[in-house]
Design a protein around this ligand. Structure first.
Ligand code: UDP
Length: 323
């Protein structure tokens, strides 16, 4: 089976993808500096604790392991933090990606699957969101991903390095085994914070209930992390069989309000979520739902866990053991 190099493979989405790649027979090498990822998320013999900004070391690793392709997760992900410290986001996300691409060119590796984000669309004029909608990020995090998508176009035009950028909607859930799950520090994501509120009794703040949605809370497209991981494997296969550079939304195409997520968490856990309604969070749009037809049609992707209930059940399976 093909060899694949995964950056950021010890993080949340990366570790689920590594696990799925290994289960499908891929020979995986992980690069992760463990600044946010966890050593225990990756089989020890697969892990190289290294920062992707070290171009020469990366190129050397690629020459030794000769991967057919790279899957690139390693990045900072907190929107709020990016508004306070943009320089760190551009240095790590854009600088790190440029270093990785440079190493790939030096080592002759020709394909990359890139973790992009729905944040490239900013506050879109309509929903569901098509890949052809205007690219207009509203924070440095989203802008850093746009800049890498731009790098990728030039590396294809000049170096014939082909890429798939996957624009994630709201990654959620956990591997059904309960072995892997979402553990960010600090945690900013809705579902883990709802579990924490239940476990600590400290109310979670719901950011606004005066949006233009049926119950006034924001609508998001929650996608199971294993379905997201599978999209990476289909993208790899597309590139390794000669497919062209492209960009895809990765979401289910169905949205849920924050209050629907609260109710799903209450059903799954059998406990009441303590919450208060607070002010809107800066930058939040009413509704962000993917048009997922391009991914379904071009890469034959189908979510195995399209229901919010399964996503929350799997997330809870991990949370109750690890939070
Ligand atoms: N949210 C909330 N309270 C929180 C965290 C999130 O009400 O403490 C809401 C947030 O406003 C958004 C949804 O939950 O509408 C999902 O937020 P998350 O940060 O998980 O993902 P994002 O949509 O920002 O990618």
């Amino acid at each position: 089976m093909p060899k694949v190099l995964v950056t950021g493979g010890a993080g949340y989405i990366g570790s689920h993808t590594v696990r799925l790649l290994l289960s499908q027979g891929y020979d995986v090498t992980v690069v992760d500096d463990l600044s946010h990822g966890y050593r225990h998320n990756v089989p020890p013999e697969r892990l190289n604790a290294m920062n992707i900004c070290h171009t020469a070391a990366l190129a050397e690793l690629m020459r030794q392991t000769r991967p057919a392709a790279v899957v690139h997760f390693a990045a900072f992900i907190a929107v709020g933090e990016s508004m306070r410290e943009p320089e760190r986001y551009f240095a790590n996300n854009v600088g790190g990606s440029l270093s990785l691409l440079t190493a790939m060119v030096q080592a002759g590796i020709r394909h990359i699957v890139f973790s992009s984000t729905a944040a490239v669309y900013g506050n879109p004029h309509a929903t569901p969101i098509l890949e052809t909608f205007p690219i207009q990020p509203v924070n440095p995090y989203g802008e850093s991903k746009v800049m890498v998508e731009t790098l990728l176009r030039w590396f294809d035009a000049i170096h014939h390095l082909t890429s798939v950028s996957l624009r994630y909607f709201n990654a959620a859930g956990a591997d059904p085994s309960g072995a892997l799950g979402e553990q960010h520090e600090p945690e900013t994501h809705l579902i883990p914070l709802l579990f924490r509120a239940i476990m600590t009794g400290k109310p979670i703040t719901i950011f606004g209930n005066d949006y233009n949605t049926p119950d006034g809370t924001c609508i998001r497209d929650y996608i199971h992390v294993n379905d997201l991981a599978q999209a990476h494997i289909l993208a790899l296969e597309h590139l390794m069989s000669g497919g062209a550079t492209s960009q895809f939304n990765v979401g289910t195409g169905t949205g849920h309000t924050v209050m629907e997520v609260v109710r799903a968490v209450e059903e799954v856990t059998g406990k009441k979520v303590p919450y208060t309604i607070g002010a809107r969070r800066e930058g939040d749009s009413d509704a962000l739902v993917a048009a997922s037809g391009k991914l379904r049609q071009s890469l034959k992707w189908e979510p195995r866990f399209p229901n919010l209930r399964a996503i929350v059940e799997h997330a809870w399976g991990f949370a109750k053991k690890h939070y």
